[in-house]
Design a protein around this ligand. Sequence first.
Ligand code: HEC
Length: 231
Amino acid sequence: MSDLNRIARPAPGATSRSTSRATSRPTPRAVRALAAAGLIAACASLPAQGQTQALPDSVSPALAQETRAIAGDLLNQLGGKLKAALSTDGPIAAVSVCKEVAPAIAKDLSARHGAQVTRVGTRVRNPAMGVPNAWQKAALADFDARMAQGEKAADLEHWSVADGANGKPELRYAKAIAVQPMCLSCHGGKDDIPAPLAEKIRLEYPDDQATGYSVGKLRGAVVVTRPLPAQ
Ligand code: HEC
């Protein structure tokens, strides 16, 4: 079954969650102020709530909610840690949150839920972790196409059911991650990233491609893959 004919779309008229409240480029100081003011929800926005999704037939609404909650948990935990690190220690120290804490949270959630939880990027900083596979690329391309039609990244989800490597059906869920103002100090353009931070990123990630983003753009996806329970 092709991934692309299993695309769930938000119901027409579903409330959209704006991701582009601020479009100005924050200085590191502004990033800290934003963090301190508690305006930063997470390393991305939360899964859309209350939307009617056209789920694949074999995915019950309860299973869908549970799967969304796993992705939401990753975003919440990571967002909290990133926010705290940015406000107390500044963006250079916060690099370790994205580097060490993000995979640790993903690993813990994967073990707890018997799922694979990960983050992938449209352009990637860490080639060992964040490169999308074929179906994840298709999900990102779907998000891009829907954003071109005016949908907001923060609202986008992609569901599919396909046979996994073990030949058994698995549920695949991707939740779009939109760029927020706080992301720019590490993923924005040259003017957004302070020189010492750019240097640290260059040293740790010589192949970094994850810069040049602006607010509201698609940064990547949180991905949850899990066995489909027997009906
Ligand atoms: C303090 C710097 C910093 C900030 C702020 C930051 N990131 Fe990152 N981000 C990184 C680093 C470093 C990595 C590479 C992590 C690794 O080694 O796996 C990364 C990786 C990622 C990845 C995984 C794909 C890849 O490129 O490897 C995504 C998705 C991502 N960031 C999204 C975001 C979003 C969305 C925000 C804002 C809400 C954000 N980041 C804010 C530093 C940052």
